[in-house]
Design a protein around this ligand. Structure first.
Ligand code: GAR
Length: 409
């Protein structure tokens, strides 16, 4: 779920439209986490309070920037925000900024055109239609790319106030929530961190929004022997088979069971440590005890990390054994979230060495739909290096799975 910050100055009817859209499902790909007002008397602050949304008063651009740093939004919405933001402010902010303007841009916009003033000018000009525009914010006031527009007719007895009300009701409150939803959908984080060309082998474990369990294991390969592999089901386990006769490799690093089921537990790893964990746990030991007896792979110059995961009914663990040390991570299930660990951080460094995965397993979004999750992940692995991928979804009683191979049997 993306985080949205809304900047306001006044009544906050557009903020209210976003809150309502959040409640009725029109806005579902993002959540408003913060309302920032440049005026302390803005009624919008009251609306935020009633909706239980955190708010702050920030008058200068520096204050706004520090409020934004605190909530780290993915999307920023200017909803009735009456201050023109400077070029340096916009450059300083990574998240896309959207603005709602109460006219059909490029008419009646730019410096000096805000609030009621816009509608006064519209009436003075004698045009027969007006409306509202949602646009991306850049350094030109009301000058960024247009995202959505909606028009209304001007009526003979319109006053600026009447027209403003009609433009808000018929246009602004309709197009703003939809535009925010569509931007959120566009920037929804992908499964693999970008930019990323070569992640090596990767494991995802987590929970779907409705409480099912999801796991994925993928292999990307560059060498001929690494690419000549296929995943195959073996009962409830997963094994790897070679598709060509090749003596030029260490079979223990290439051929192993990436997934084994032990009672209610599932062990997923990128090597024969699957068996070490399985055997240790079967005789009463733990995931950690098993992996402490192992280390990174003996494949200079990369010294590929050994990555492993354990899914139990109540939580999951991930681990990476690399030259820098042995690391263990433990997580409770969170609906809609999972963790991804992979062997290489990014592409080859100078000297042809693949850098090991750095930091904590990355949080990823886990949807309910296994087909679309698997399809998206397979796509993201890219055609150059992906070799095989396995995804399994448990609903509590039984599982469904999906297997991808680039190599024919
Ligand atoms: C709205 O018409 C909005 O489009 C406009 O201020 C009015 C009040 O909004 N914004 C601008 O003119 C920005 N240049 P609110 O009821 O959401 O506070």
């Amino acid at each position: 779920m993306l985080k949205i910050a809304v900047l306001v100055s006044g009544g906050g009817t557009n903020l209210q439209a976003l809150i309502d859209a959040q409640n009725n499902g029109v806005l579902s790909s993002g959540r408003i986490v913060m309302v920032i007002s440049n005026r302390e008397d803005a009624y919008a602050l009251k609306r935020a309070e009633i909706a239980g949304i955190k708010s702050a008063v920030a008058k200068s651009e520096d204050e706004i920037l520090s409020a934004l740093k605190e909530c780290k939004p993915d999307v920023i919405v200017l909803a009735g925000f009456m201050k023109i933001l400077s070029k340096s402010f916009i450059e300083n902010v990574e998240a896309p900024i959207l603005n709602i303007h109460p006219s059909l841009i490029p008419s009646f916009c730019g410096k000096g055109f805000y609030g009621l003033k816009v509608h006064e000018e519209v009436l003075k000009s004698g045009v027969k239609v007006t409306g509202a525009t949602v646009h991306m914010v850049n350094e030109i006031p009301d000058g960024g790319e247009i995202v959505a527009q909606k028009a209304v007719e001007i009526l003979p007895d319109d006053t600026p106030e009447k027209l403003q009300r009609r433009v808000m009701e018929c246009c602004e409150w309709v197009i703003l929530p939809r535009a925010v939803e569509s931007i959120c959908r566009k920037i929804e984080p992908k499964i693999l961190p970008k930019p990323q060309k070569y992640a090596g082998r990767g494991i995802i474990t987590g929970m779907t929004p409705s409480g099912g369990k999801m796991l994925a294991y993928f292999i990307m390969g560059r060498s001929v022997s690494s690419k000549a592999r296929r995943f195959e089901r073996s009962g409830d386990d997963l094994i790897i088979k070679l598709t060509r006769d090749d003596k030029n490799f260490d079979p223990s690093l290439i051929l192993y069971a990436p997934l084994r089921v032990l009672g209610d537990n599932i062990i997923i790893t990128n090597g024969d440590q699957t068996d070490t964990v399985y055997d240790t746990m079967k005789s009463g030991g733990t995931f950690e005890e098993a992996l402490r007896t192992r280390e990174y792979e003996p494949d200079p110059p990369h010294f590929t990390p050994r990555i492993s995961a354990l899914m139990t009914p109540s939580g999951y663990k991930q681990s990476i054994l690399k030259r820098a040390g042995k690391y263990f991570f433990e997580y409770d299930y969170t609906p809609g979230k999972g963790r991804l660990i992979h062997t290489y951080d990014h592409d080859v460094m100078a000297g042809g060495v693949l850098p090991s995965f750095e930091g904590e397993p990355r949080e990823v979004n886990i949807p309910d739909d296994m087909e679309s999750f698997a399809g998206e992940l397979w796509q993201e692995l890219g055609e150059d290096y992906r070799v095989a991928m396995y995804v399994r979804y448990y609903d509590g009683n039984s599982y469904t799975d999906k297997l991808y191979n680039t190599q024919e049997a």
